[in-house]
Design a protein around this ligand. Structure first.
Ligand code: PRX
Length: 653
């Protein structure tokens, strides 16, 4: 074997299973035939403006028509120029105008078991009241509102209320620390914070307002704080003149507050995403293009039908919640299940209990959850009737083929297509995914691009690498849902995303396109391991480990090695409570058999858990430091559980 060229990645793990879409699915599907997809794809690529003009006119409400469809002066895009619309109007009023007012928009269940259903009419009334309250509290168009709340309907109401008056929401996941909230308030110059007294998590109450108070000591731009009573904490501190209760200022407002006609390019929200190092970036999305992208991708990928009960298990603190709990499904008039709490409270079958109870038809979750379910054992799944499910989705990380197979068999009963959706905070919505009625799936592949997405894979010089070669994934054309910038940091926007190949968006992921035109995401560019000049993708080695019956989860990183450049270090969680040298050797052999000697891990460390971000992604950056015998440095504020890191350090000592 010769050395791999810079920027390319070797593909080493073979996967040749193919799952055709169920024939019955095509009936009434949103995208029902290959020909339909091919035509849409070709039009979106070759006649971009005409395609998106049609989509925008049909699928959004316009107070005033737009002129140019897309003005593209790379890396700056403007979509539906000069038009006026409103995302809250598209999610609420438009559905009501079209006769869906009495349909359930949100079916909600709290962690303690309390429930609430809001129809589109009721949701609109609540959003109007909250919008009026925000106005009364001095929030103007263009002001930033930070939202730090549990997964209650009021979180969605707050987001849509901001959208209704043209305020910019910045949702901060309710697991972040006071320091992280203060950083985000400061970066965005937030004017108001919406929070709650507390949050239920695994039966305990976390005092959110106290955390916010600590943050507000360092947030001089914040003038007011709106507080929802959720847990009924007795000693919730309220600062006079600054803090007000939701029930005091929202409930008494009029339930009719007209949506503000907003320019298409009005900032709808910013959402902070952790860079692998350094401070989080405020990714900026705007109104019309984002709304259209979220709505259409939702309809295409989840094959939305009127009688679906759709459940996305993400938190609104992440982009998945923004696009596929709020803006996508609600503008499509869907009925969404929303759940507040942990998947293992009061027991490990809570998700399956919810699926059975509400007869969920479409379930969208993450590989980290799927791996946890596998670890917890099939008995929790088998207790429940999951026959209502017709479609399954995955997002957030690559799904190891064996986890895919488990999801397919145990949750989908071998009858539900799996849509493995690849996208990013920056892309606003799904970019590559199977379409359930037409795409034959391969476990571990996000399959094909959606209409409007033109992927290219390049090496470090920006030259295309060709089929079957791994390289850096870029997107060649603007699409409506693309980020419009990094809040307050134009230079970071350009350097991070637009500097490798001029005019092409650099995703930061490696990928390979196989000879059938299927895409395989190979992990972050920074995570590539270079063993003796061969550049290996973390996900392939991890998937080989996970395919061993004893392994629940694996995280693989490179560590410096005098001879090979880098050696492979693997951190694995296993079912065996007392793993030893024998299993270590067996795992080495297993990877050797699956991939080859090159990918055989040099170190295998058994661990109770691997460090993850709060959104469930494996943090390989920290493991690299540990594998190299260094103190883990860099930003750890997005780490989910600090004790995991401490335990790994102890093991090391
Ligand atoms: O590395 C890819 C991985 O998650 C990154 C985006 O993370 P974030 O902005 O937090 O958005 C997560 C929700 C869209 C990507 O650059 N990723 C996401 N989905 C997949 C994935 N990797 C492989 N397969 C996926 N389906």
């Amino acid at each position: 074997m010769t050395d791999t060229a810079a920027g390319q990645v070797d593909h080493v793990l073979a996967e040749d299973r193919l799952f055709p879409p169920p024939a019955s699915f095509a009936e009434n599907a949103v995208v029902a035939t290959q020909q339909q997809y091919d035509e849409m794809y070709a039009r979106a690529r070759d006649d971009r403006d005409a395609f998106w003009k049609e989509q925008a006119l049909e699928h959004l409400h316009w107070f005033e028509p737009f002129g140019d469809v897309c003005q593209w002066d790379a890396p700056h895009a403007k979509w539906f120029v000069g038009g006026k619309t409103n995302a809250s109007y598209n999610c609420l009023d438009r559905n009501i105008d079209q006769g869906r007012g009495d349909r359930a928009a949100i079916i909600w269940e709290g962690e303690p078991g309390d429930t609430r259903t809001l129809t589109y009419n009721e949701l609109k009334s609540e959003v109007c009241k909250c919008a009026a309250a925000l106005r009364q509290l001095g929030v103007q168009q263009g002001d930033v509102v930070s939202i730090y709340m549990p997964m209650t309907p009021e979180l969605v109401i707050a987001m849509l209320a901001c959208a209704r008056i043209g305020a910019i929401h910045s949702v901060i996941f309710a697991g972040f620390s006071a320091e992280s909230i203060a950083d985000r308030n400061h970066d965005a110059s937030a004017k108001l914070v919406i929070t709650s007294d507390g949050l239920y998590r695994r039966g305990k109450v976390l005092p959110l307002k106290k955390t916010v108070d600590e943050a507000l000591e360092k947030s001089p731009t914040v003038e007011k704080c709106l507080v929802l009573r959720r847990t009924g904490e007795k000693d919730t501190p309220m600062t006079k003149g600054r803090d007000v209760w939701w029930h005091d200022v929202v409930d008494s407002q009029s339930d009719d507050f007209p949506a503000e006609p907003l320019d298409s390019e009005t900032t709808l929200f910013i959402l902070y995403t952790s860079g692998s190092t350094g401070k989080p970036k405020g990714i900026r999305h705007t109104t019309a293009g984002y709304n259209l992208w979220a709505k259409r991708t939702f309809q295409w990928v989840f094959d939305h039908r009127d009688d679906d009960i759709y459940w996305c298990t993400a938190d609104c603190g992440w982009i998945t919640g923004h696009s596929y709990i709020v803006y996508g499904p609600l503008s499509a008039g869907a009925t969404c299940l929303m759940y507040e709490g942990a998947p293992n409270y009061p027991a490990e079958d809570r998700f399956w209990d919810l699926v059975e109870k509400y007869k969920v038809t479409v379930l969208y979750t993450a590989p980290t959850a799927i791996r946890a379910f596998i670890k917890w054992g099939d008995e929790h799944v088998e207790k429940h009737d999951l026959s209502s499910l017709r479609l399954l989705g995955s997002v957030g990380e690559g799904i190891n083929p064996e986890a895919w197979m488990w999801y397919h068999k145990k949750i989908g009963g071998e009858k539900c297509p799996i849509v493995d959706t690849w996208w990013q905070t920056e892309t606003g919505g799904i970019m590559m995914s199977p379409l359930p009625a037409i795409t034959a799936t391969k476990p571990g592949s996000c399959t094909k691009p959606l209409p409007g997405v033109v992927p290219i894979i390049v090496d470090e010089t920006g030259a295309p690498v060709g089929k079957e070669h791994g390289g850096m994934l870029c997107i060649d054309q603007p699409w409506p849902g693309m980020l419009r910038g990094v809040w307050g940091d134009e230079q970071r926007f350009i350097e991070t995303y637009w500097s490798l190949v001029k005019g092409k968006y650099l995703t930061g992921d490696n990928a390979r396109c196989d000879s059938d035109g299927y895409y395989w995401i190979m992990g972050r560019i920074d995570d590539v391991i270079n063993v003796s000049g061969h550049r290996l993708s973390t996900i392939e080695v991890e998937s080989a480990l996970v395919s061993h019956e004893s392994v629940c989860e694996a995280a693989v990183v490179g560590r410096p090695d005098d001879i090979k450049g880098q050696a492979i270090a693997a951190f694995v969680t296993v079912t065996d409570p007392n793993p030893g040298e024998e299993l270590r050797q067996a795992l080495r052999q297993h990877v050797r058999k699956q991939i080859g000697a090159l990918a055989q891990p040099d170190d295998i460390r058994f661990t109770a858990a691997v460090p993850k971000t709060r959104s469930g992604k494996i943090m390989r950056r920290l493991l690299r430091d540990i594998a190299a015998g260094h103190e883990a440095v860099g930003d750890t504020s997005t780490l989910e559980d600090y004790t995991v890191l401490a335990k790994l350090r102890e093991q090391d000592a």
